[in-house]
Write a protein that binds this ligand. Structure first.
Ligand code: NAP
Length: 266
């Protein structure tokens, strides 16, 4: 148990799964907590267990991040509470269904939570972090951000937004003392799967990681200063090749003439 006081961590989606493990681990690392999700009973139970075990301050903020008024209350908290040094944008939903079997209203709700709420909470936190010259943002993306064919396409695209947004945040804010980390979990054993219509027991156990191991690995990646952490990727050099190719290409992506392969017969 670390008794250094590291400020307060605000964690969204803290009532279960990955978010609840972050709450436990961050309290043990010396953070006070603000736990955000819809299920107040689960948040209260987690808060009292963590307070008993770690003696950290734990505040519960029940909020439906799909509801603009509730979301605004969390944004307000991030703007006015200068003790907040860490934002964990973890709340999210997903599914495996293809486009033809998916309801566009549900897809829109997913974008509102996975993309819009995460964006608004980041916009609320960053100015204070910059003014105080320190702050950390952990954004929970997914391996589907780079493998969008794996699950539902809107889910993968929402997580690709989280990855690209994190890369841009790092680019803009690293020089201002702000740490950014995007975490790309593979399949992780949480309620996420059952809620999305495919219980985790239906997956090959060889691809499913316990949530505790995933979060501990992600925090090790944070400690190592990583911008992108992919806990299940053993061959990290494959990511490096991918990232190097992206960076090498980026200087060639804007030109005043089309590539010769698009020359048309006039
Ligand atoms: P989970 O156990 O279902 O947790 C999701 C959390 O989000 C819960 O605490 C839930 O709490 C909260 N939440 C859902 N809708 C919300 C809303 N409208 N407003 C506020 N909070 C809401 O699933 P998980 O696996 O831990 O998911 C956490 C993150 O990991 C998600 O962003 C997910 O996309 C990502 N991820 C998961 C996996 C995986 O295989 N499990 C893989 C890659 C990425 P309430 O129901 O109490 O609101």
């Amino acid at each position: 148990m670390d008794h250094t006081h590291r400020g307060t961590a605000l964690i969204t989606g803290a009532s279960s799964g990955i978010g609840a493990i972050y709450a436990d681990r961050l309290a043990r690392r010396g953070y006070d907590l603000i736990l955000v999700a819809r299920n107040r009973d689960k948040l209260n139970a987690l808060a009292s267990r963590i307070t008993d075990e770690t003696h950290r301050e734990v505040e519960v903020l029940d909020a439906d991040l799909n509801d603009r008024q509730s979301l605004a209350a969390v944004e307000h908290k991030l703007r006015q509470d200068a003790s907040i040094t860490l934002l964990v944008n973890n709340a999210g939903v997903g599914t495996h269904t293809p486009l033809l079997d998916s309801d566009v209203e549900q897809m829109t709700q997913m974008i509102e939570l996975n993309v819009t709420a995460l964006t608004r909470l980041t916009y609320a936190a960053v100015p204070g972090f910059v003014a105080r010259g320190k702050g950390t943002i952990i954004n929970i993306s997914s391996i589907t951000s780079i493998a969008p064919e794996v699950l539902n396409g809107v889910y993968g695209a929402s997580k690709a937004f989280v990855l690209a947004f994190s890369q841009s945040l790092h680019h803009e804010l690293a020089g201002k003392g702000i740490r950014v980390q995007a975490v790309l979990p593979g399949a992780t054993a949480t309620d996420f799967w059952a809620l999305g219509g495919l219980p985790v027991e239906h997956l090959d156990p060889a691809i499913v990681m316990p949530a505790t191991d995933m979060v501990d690995a992600a925090l090790a990646g944070l400690d190592q200063g990583e911008l992108i952490t992919i806990p299940s990727l053993h061959a990290i050099e494959t990511w490096q090749v991918y990232e190097d190719a992206r960076r090498a290409m980026s200087g060639q992506l804007s030109r005043n003439v089309p590539a010769p392969r698009y020359a048309t017969a006039r």
